[in-house]
Write a protein that binds this ligand. Sequence first.
Ligand code: DGJ
Length: 557
Amino acid sequence: MNKLLKGLVFIVFFTILLSGCKQKAGQNNNSLQHQKSYRIPHLKKQGETTQLMVDENPFLILGGELGNSSFTSLEYMEPIWPKLKKMNLNTVLAPVYWELVEPVEGKFDFELLDQLVGKARSHDLRLVLLWFASWKNSMSSHAPSWVKKNQERFPRIKDDKGNSHEILTPFSNNNLQADLKAFQALIKHIKEFDGTEHTVIMIQVENEIGMLPTARDYSQLANNEFRGNVPLDLIQYLINNKDDLVPEFKQIWAVNGYKDSGTWEEIFGKGLHTDEIFMAWYYSKYANAIAEAGKVIYPLPIFVNAALIRPGRKPGSGYPSAGPLPHLMDVWKAGGPAIDFLSPDLYFPNLKHWCDLYTRQENPLFIPEHRFDNTVAAKAAYTIGHYEGIGFAPFSVEDAGDPENEPLGKMYNIINQLTPIITDHHGKAKIEGVLFNKENQESIFQLGNYEFTLRHIYTLGYEPNSGNEAWDMAGAIIVQTGEEEFYIAGSGIVATFKNLKNPMLNVGILKTDEGRFENNQWKVIRHLNGDQTHQGRHIRIFLNNYSIIRFELYNYE
Ligand code: DGJ
């Protein structure tokens, strides 16, 4: 009996002990889960598409860049945050100004930045920070006063007449080291302040780098390099990538017979184009050194942006020479291996032209600036659909007068809902985008077994009044999610279909629903048929009706 009692006590004690241990293990699991630390935001390939991964999920930047001086005070930003939320932005592109973070050499002040990052966090917004340091639109206006006032230590460029301008020369190691040290302090701070939260998801180094008013720098330091031989690392890059160089650059190298040693003018010939190549090499090396120094500390994705060329203008006198421009892609890639991609700032109307150039050599497409005009909603869809781009951001986005009714916000809302579907299908030839106006009314493409013909909705005769008005831009994203199943999202389009596998068969529309995603679950708002599908003949979305349609096709004889 005594033995039995002892045994019972032992079993009870053991069971309590075990359940205590289990509980502890559970707590540990919970706290582990709570503290789950995700990898730093990074780029990842899926097929040929480059995805931006944020907290282990592919992230599409539905962004907007702030005007240059907005991010300089909490008070100024206060009314802007709610505007950005109303436009359904998930990311803000905002400058960090060298002059404000290092007002005295070696003494850094990140208090304002921390407060602003905190604000972004509280509004559930991510940040792409723009490092306005040595150069902002060619100029060095954001250099701190201790740099500006010490020209001897921090030399400037000279034009061909020997005049200096407020532009730090990329040929000075003092300039580079001063910028680089400040950038490292910034990145170290971001790592400490944001290493687990990941509010900051990417960095742009400098802003619209490019030489003015001449195609190259004529300072003593620059002239010395110009007289010297083309560095071997550039030559080696050109040799290794000869078959893949962009044609307009390869053509220049071909003229003198693909020379692999000599001065800049011996290899590329005399002229402004050579001055530009020369500058591009030294600008890219400088930006690369900064990017590399930051990545050693905390390897966020890093990119550079370019002011594009006005047609017919010459480098230096007509546009900022030697920036990360399409015809200089090879030089920038050779000089900037730590720079993840080159981006266009689009203030010209022809988005397709520039994006086709920027997506060569698998350069991922991110548009950090686009003029904030009435085309941006459609162009955001096209960038993310056709190019499977990382994201889009109109410039000075806080200028929206009526953010709640801003077309961009309506487009961002539907792209946001579709993001998991879009990113799941990245790099698999399952996504397309269209962009229409009066000059480009139609697009024909293939998804699976089907040929899609998409047209501007006005081609159906819904054109306003006399037909002479400019057609509002229409844009949409189409994703194939099953053999016969598709989603289409956007504004101002009509779609019809053909069977490519068996052209003898007719294609019918089996089922069409308009809906939305709530917590990633598809919810039907309306079953569309009758007049809304022209009695089963097409799928359409009117202009300014930003909606998502899921549809299934079938075939009949
Ligand atoms: C392009 C620059 O990158 C921006 O910072 C801003 O200056 C705009 N131009 C102004 O239009």
